[in-house]
Design a binder for this molecule. Sequence first.
Ligand code: SF4
Length: 215
Amino acid sequence: MNSHQIRFDEDLVRRYDRSGPRYTSYPTAVQFSDRFGVNEYRAVAVASNQDPIPRPLSLYVHIPFCSSPCFYCGCTKVITRNHEKAEAYLYRLHREIEMQGELYDRDRVVEQLHFGGGTPTFLTSLEIERLVEKIGQHYNLSSDEGREYSIELDPRTITTDTLRDLYRIGFNRCSLGIQDFDPAVQEAVNRVQSVPDTLRLIREAHPRHGCNCSN
Ligand code: SF4
């Protein structure tokens, strides 16, 4: 065999030649079990406070609303253009933040925060700001420049003003989805997202180009 030939492990290929669980939670949903309920979760959370050096925290906040469906999407989402639907969700989310926040000692700094979805910017900047304030009331949010506070953006809807708001609120990272730039594919998957809009967002979100990160 020359050095450019690849040898596949057939057992390995057979083992993984099937659909797997979605990667978006860990443990994955198929590993969820009644044997690990609320009490077990509380016990593990409280025990995690006992380390001699307080362990930092990573928080994920899911905003499930999108104004139109991308046909390839497997995320947990609610397709709606009715903004009022977000209000009931936010009410419960604020309550969830209070309950979860009680479990963790305040000397544990939140080094990573991620808003995902759905489309987090389905919420107004004011709603996002109130949500981050609420998290700050119940957790120890970091002001360190090395913190990773990120949010998913949809290039089809984000304005320069929204970027500025997000930076002011405390986000210093963003992510955006690009499935394909072929217009035919974009039509087929119901996500028409132009190259100029995508490039504009990348450029404006970059600190060197000064839009959101310069103020
Ligand atoms: S915007 Fe994101 S979450 Fe919403 S349908 Fe499209 S891919 Fe899914």
